[in-house]
Design a protein around this ligand. Structure first.
Ligand code: SAM
Ligand code: SF4
Ligand code: SF4
Length: 384
């Protein structure tokens, strides 16, 4: 396949100075953005590299050997990440998700996990610390991750059929190895929430119509009753390189129809505000919800935007704060830190920037509002 030219405008260079809140940020105080949304989740990208080339995220023609990945010195160190994370926690963050790129490619990641696992909320509770991975290195690393203090994992898996899976990851990676990784994660007990209660491993499947939609029902059958929640994600128009087209999106409503044609499901209520997935529980033979069979989630980022209660901030691999997955620019926290900013200055920068936030890209797109054509940041850089 021909190599595609990397867009001339590198969105990683679009950087802004943070806003600073006029009053010193109060530890433990709840932040609110322009639309009244508080800050609860922090997604931290620990690398912009990956060993897969999923066409919806890092298409091979763009992310090839000529692609300018971030140089090592640009990456936040573990100490810098932990310092920022602890400040985010002071400002309301209760859940941290490590992501990438492929987070398990970051060398010595378990050291970072140990540092993050030691953080406590202002009332002394541990954080909900989790990680999203493509599962390729999980078999090897599950025990070390667990020992370091990781609570849960989400594993991305786009099909059970080996041929389809190899096509989705585009590096000929066999599905059996990811399944072994998932089994290893279960075996070491990677599946508990912040309070130590069992809360199974999550499996994410991005659905692309015409490519892996024949895997919806087999995946559902495989994970039903397994104690793991399978979540179907609508293929999103993130970044600028995946050649997204609406006709490749299979709306969640259609996913649900296909699932219900195979097995009964009932709608479940949301557990927490800001939850991205609509939850459905499997029915038993009597047609009633059987909690022992577990649940599925539908993440309808395209057809049913959930910006209204989006409480997620994203920290890029080199320390920029992004307020939306579809952002055009980030706010540079690394420079501030490396210039010697105090914790109070950083708290003021994070809270000031969050309080200016009015992003609601998916909602506006869903309403047919014409959005600026400015290039967006890539998913592999900012983390999912
Ligand atoms: N490499 C890890 C993985 O794949 O789990 C973590 C990073 S990946 C960017 C995080 C999540 O984003 C994955 O579950 C992936 O399937 C999802 N994702 C990436 N590109 C997407 C797209 N265009 N639409 C929907 N989900 C996408
Ligand atoms: Fe890599 Fe994850 Fe993106 Fe696939 S979705 S290319 S595994 S970062
Ligand atoms: Fe949040 Fe932006 Fe996604 Fe809306 S489009 S849910 S604001 S990340």
């Amino acid at each position: 396949m021909a190599e595609r030219v990397i867009p001339l405008v590198d969105q990683r260079l679009a950087v802004r100075q943070p806003f600073f809140s006029p009053v010193p940020a109060q530890a433990g105080g709840l932040l609110s953005d322009q639309l009244g949304r508080s800050l609860h989740d922090l997604r931290i990208s620990v690398t912009d590299r990956c060993n897969f080339r999923c066409s919806y995220c890092m298409p091979k023609e763009v992310f090839n050997s000529h692609y300018p990945y971030l140089p090592h010195g640009d990456l936040l160190t573990f100490e810098e990440i932990t310092r920022l994370a602890s400040l985010f926690v002071q400002l309301g963050v209760r859940k941290i998700r490590l992501t990438g790129g492929e987070p398990l490619l970051r060398k010595n990641l378990e050291i970072l996990i140990e540092q993050l696992a030691a953080l406590k909320t202002p009332d002394g509770f541990p954080l909900d610390l989790t990680l999203t991975t493509n599962g390729s290195l999980l078999k090897r690393k599950a025990q070390t991750l667990k020992d370091a203090g990781l609570k849960r994992v989400t594993v991305s898996l786009d099909g059970l059929n080996d041929e389809v899976f190899r096509q989705m990851n585009d590096v000929d990676f066999p599905v059996a190895d990811v399944l072994e990784g998932i089994a290893a994660a279960r075996a070491v007990g990677l599946g508990v929430d912040a309070d130590g209660r069992p809360s199974g491993i999550k499996i994410n499947m991005v659905v692309k119509r015409g490519t892996n939609d024949d895997q919806i029902v087999p995946m559902a059958r495989h994970f039903r009753g397994s104690g793991m929640a399978l979540r179907f994600i609508e293929y999103m128009d993130v970044g600028n390189t995946n050649g997204w087209r609406m006709n490749e999106v299979l709306p969640s409503a259609e996913v649900l129809q296909r699932l219900q044609a195979d097995h009964g499901l009932v709608a479940l209520s949301a557990q927490q505000p800001g939850e991205t997935a609509e939850r459905w529980g499997w029915c038993g033979p009597d047609g009633r919800h059987d909690p022992s069979l577990g649940e599925i989630g539908l993440i309808s980022s395209v057809t049913h935007a959930f910006c209204g209660d989006c409480n997620r901030a994203r920290l890029s691999t080199e320390g920029k704060l992004y307020l939306c997955l579809f952002a055009h620019q980030g706010y540079d926290l690394r420079s501030l830190m490396r210039q010697g900013a105090s914790d109070d200055t950083l708290l003021s920068a994070i809270s000031g920037t969050w309080s200016q936030r009015d992003d609601r890209y998916s909602e506006l797109r869903g309403q047919g509002v014409a959005l600026p054509e400015t290039p967006r940041i890539e998913m592999s850089y900012i983390g999912g």
